[in-house]
Design a protein around this ligand. Structure first.
Ligand code: SAH
Ligand code: SF4
Ligand code: F3S
Length: 468
């Protein structure tokens, strides 16, 4: 048998083989084999899961919601300890399902699998898991699955890092009208608390022509909105043979006919350029929303976090953005309880939240990640103090966000219709700034952009009425 040596041909070959294998089992059982992919973590993982789903559907598996399936995959996250614990917690339940279904297979992949201690624990105490792979070789899933079909024991394949990007594997979108698009992988920033650079490897940008071709295909297939994904999109293209800036990439994407909306995340404040602000200002398609994680309002803590900006710099960037795009919505991520954080540092964070007036914020309790510099820092903040600060932060964030989000009341906004609720007979859509709007209409409008008059703000969403 001639197994191709190039990608993606090699994986397409294994997809074919797996399809034959699965076909035989289905014939024997007289029913289709089912699968369920459970995704933890961020949008990167969500996009990776779409690739897994695409491959499994080509092989002939049928997707279902429940984990009582013939193939269950957990695409894991390890950014905070609780994401990690949830996976171990659920594995016991999967084991009980597997005892009842002799055809059941369990695969684990994603960021958690890039940690040696995790894989060691799984090998030792969770030997019923069939397949373990990491973030760098996710494209090899068809080949690994075939290896598992051909053997009896657990298959483990984890790579430490990669410089490879494999294009053109199948993928199945969760939504017909919007899609995530990876523009880069990995991260080089090594914020001192963060495990992502260790589990996602070094920064690699996709070639602009590959990104453009993918978006054109998506648009031809009915996609109105793309979300460009990267851990730090502002440093896109720096390491390409022919360097391209993120702003230049956006200009190229803007030119794609039929594409209506462009979003991106995440922006790192240290790399946000004037060029990007100018492109956003002149764009008709880039949403007037910026997710700009600040992490802390204290310059002292930001330095120890290795974020490479100060509170003052962050505020300057915000001022520039607001000057160029006055109604821009700003959202952020904040960590409380970073080692050595004093009450004074924390008050700086609270005052920054008020000063910026975020439209919303994700707030996190600092979680110690083994192997990161912050985990070895001495003055970890006691749990009760962190909890108290977290509650105060949340209250402030909610108060500020509440005031902020009401500012569009009695205006008309373009809304992308995403869902129809039968019971309430209401459509749900999203404004450019990501806020949800509910309004009367019918399901045929899903996937289209319509003008909606915002009658009333209900805290974090609006009630409205279509104006045509
Ligand atoms: N690349 C993005 C963030 C990816 S992780 C950026 O730099 O903005 C998403 C968020 O998780 C981070 O913004 C941070 O707020 C939070 N986070 C990361 N590591 C954490 C940790 N060890 N404890 C608590 N929160 C953490
Ligand atoms: Fe983590 Fe910092 Fe990289 Fe974001 S930029 S993924 S917080 S190391
Ligand atoms: Fe989690 Fe990995 Fe994303 S650790 S937040 S799934 S990059």
């Amino acid at each position: 048998m001639n197994i191709p040596n190039t990608e993606p041909e090699r994986q397409l070959f294994f997809i074919q083989q797996a399809k034959e294998h699965v076909g035989e089992i289905q014939k024997k059982l007289g029913r289709p084999l089912t699968f369920c992919v459970n995704t933890f973590g961020c949008q990167m993982n969500a996009r990776d899961s779409e690739k897994l789903v695409g491959i499994l559907e080509q092989i002939g598996y049928v997707e279902q919601e429940s984990e009582e399936a013939d193939f269950v995959i957990y695409n894991t996250c390890t950014v905070r300890e609780n994401a990690n614990l949830r996976v171990y917690g659920r594995l016991g339940y999967l084991h009980s399902l597997k005892k009842k279904n002799p055809h059941m297979m369990i695969a684990l992949c994603g960021c958690m699998m890039q940690e040696e201690h995790v894989v060691a624990k799984l090998k030792k105490s969770y030997s019923f898991v069939d397949l373990i792979f990491g973030t760098h070789n996710i494209y090899k899933f068809p080949e690994l699955l075939m290896n598992r079909f051909d053997s009896k024991g657990m298959i483990v394949d984890i790579w430490k890092d990669t410089d490879k990007i494999v294009e053109n594997l199948p993928s199945e979108r969760k939504y017909s009208f919007k899609s995530g698009v990876n523009i880069m992988f990995g991260c080089n920033n090594f914020c001192s608390y963060c495990i992502v650079p260790y589990v996602r490897g070094r920064e690699r940008s996709r070639q602009p022509e590959h990104i453009i071709a993918e978006i054109k295909r998506l648009v031809a297939d009915g996609v109105a909105e793309v979300m460009l994904l990267g851990q730090n999109v502002n440093s896109y293209g720096k390491n390409l043979e022919e360097p391209v800036t993120f702003a230049q990439l956006l200009e190229q994407i803007e030119g794609i006919e039929g594409l209506e909306r462009i979003r991106f995340m995440t922006s790192h404040p240290k790399d946000l350029s004037d060029e990007l602000i100018a492109v956003m200002k002149s764009s008709k398609k880039i949403c007037s929303h910026m997710h700009l994680p600040v992490q802390s309002g204290s310059s002292r803590i930001l330095k120890i976090m290795n974020r490479h900006y100060t509170r003052e710099h962050y505020l300057e960037v915000v001022a520039k953005l607001r000057q160029a795009i006055p109604d821009i919505s700003l959202t952020t991520d904040i960590i409380v309880g970073f080692p050595g954080e004093t009450e004074e540092d924390f008050l700086d964070t609270l005052s920054l939240v008020r000063e910026v007036g975020f439209d919303s914020a994700f707030t996190f309790i600092y979680s110690k990640r083994t192997g990161t510099p912050a985990a070895a820092m001495e003055d970890q903040v006691p749990e009760d103090i962190v909890k108290d600060r977290f509650d105060r932060l949340l209250a402030t964030v909610q108060e500020v966000a509440h005031e902020k989000s009401a500012r569009f009341t009695e205006t008309t906004q373009e809304v992308l219709v995403e869902d129809y609720n039968k019971e309430k007979d209401l459509l749900t859509g999203r404004m450019g700034n990501n806020i949800l709007v509910h309004f009367p209409g019918d399901a045929s409008q899903i996937g289209t952009i319509v003008p909606v008059y915002l009658k009333e703000c209900k805290g974090f969403y609006y009630l409205g009425e279509m104006t045509r």
